[in-house]
Design a protein around this ligand. Structure first.
Ligand SMILES: CC(=O)SCCNC(=O)CCNC(=O)[C@H](O)C(C)(C)COP(=O)(O)OP(=O)(O)OC[C@H]1O[C@@H](n2cnc3c(N)ncnc32)[C@H](O)[C@@H]1OP(=O)(O)O
Length: 208
């Protein structure tokens, strides 16, 4: 059996199901998933292993961390420092040829990334989000479905932007921020803030 270009997913979640189907749409082969939970033995039609030692890896194999929680995704990335990561981009995503997408990053269906935006490593660009020109999205960010970032927005490491939120142009959002579902961000957001509403207001602070 050929093992060429297998992609293993770390985390057998609903999020992993979406990534499996992106790989299928790209004619790439999910080699299986790895998850700590011994009760989960398969996901879609793919086997779930319970530690890396169960998998005979080759140098052609790549990984994606299919865990939605940004902090856990970062911790797992540090633990898996010996493997090669790959990105998965749905064929129905539109990515500017002048933009970049980092390793371990997943881009769901109907995402748009416009000119000269940089998307970091292990980022989730979820279904139908829109990243306009000149944006910087740092590592371990999750941009939820239907989020719109206007031009020249920066999003710091580990930040989660909730479903349907909008961010006006030229805004700087700090690291490990949480933006609530449907929020409208009209001014810069400090590191670790939790922001909800229209206009967005800080309601509390995430633990550093
Ligand atoms: C494919 C996928 O599934 S991707 C995942 C998509 N999911 C999301 O985007 C979820 C985003 N999460 C949210 O919006 C959450 O409500 C959070 C993170 C902002 C807050 O969650 P918690 O920390 O649990 O706060 P909690 O629910 O206690 O709410 C705190 C206060 O903020 C208010 N609040 C919470 N969320 C929102 C919101 N999105 N907009 C406006 N107000 C809100 C609550 O009503 C509450 O107000 P009160 O103190 O006056 O009663």
């Amino acid at each position: 059996m050929s093992h060429t270009n297998r992609v293993f997913l770390y985390g057998a979640s609903g999020h992993a199901k979406v990534i499996c189907e992106i790989l299928e749409a790209r004619h790439r082969t999910p080699g299986g998933l790895i998850d700590d939970n011994p009760l989960v033995t398969s996901l879609l039609e793919y086997p779930v292993y319970h530690n890396l030692q169960e998998v005979v890896l080759t140098t052609d194999d790549h990984f994606i961390i299919s865990i939605g929680n940004n902090r856990i995704r970062k911790a797992v990335a540090a633990k898996l420092n010996a493997v090669k990561f790959t990105s998965a981009i749905h064929p129905a995503a539109v990515i500017s040829p002048r933009s970049s997408v980092g390793e371990g990053t997943v881009v769901m269906a109907n995402v748009t990334v416009n000119a000269q935006s940089n998307i970091g490593n292990h980022v989730i660009l979820n279904t139908n989000c829109s990243i306009d020109h000149d944006c910087i999205v740092e590592d371990f960010v999750h941009i939820s479905p239907n989020v719109a970032l206007a031009g020249n927005v920066q999003v710091g490491e580990g930040t989660h932007i909730g479903i349907g939120a909008c961010v006006l142009q030229n805004i700087r959002i700090g690291k490990w921020v949480t933006i609530g579902a449907g929020a409208v961000i009209i001014r810069d957001v400090p590191d670790y803030a939790v922001v909800v509403g229209n206009p967005g207001r800080v309601i509390k602070t995430n633990k550093p």
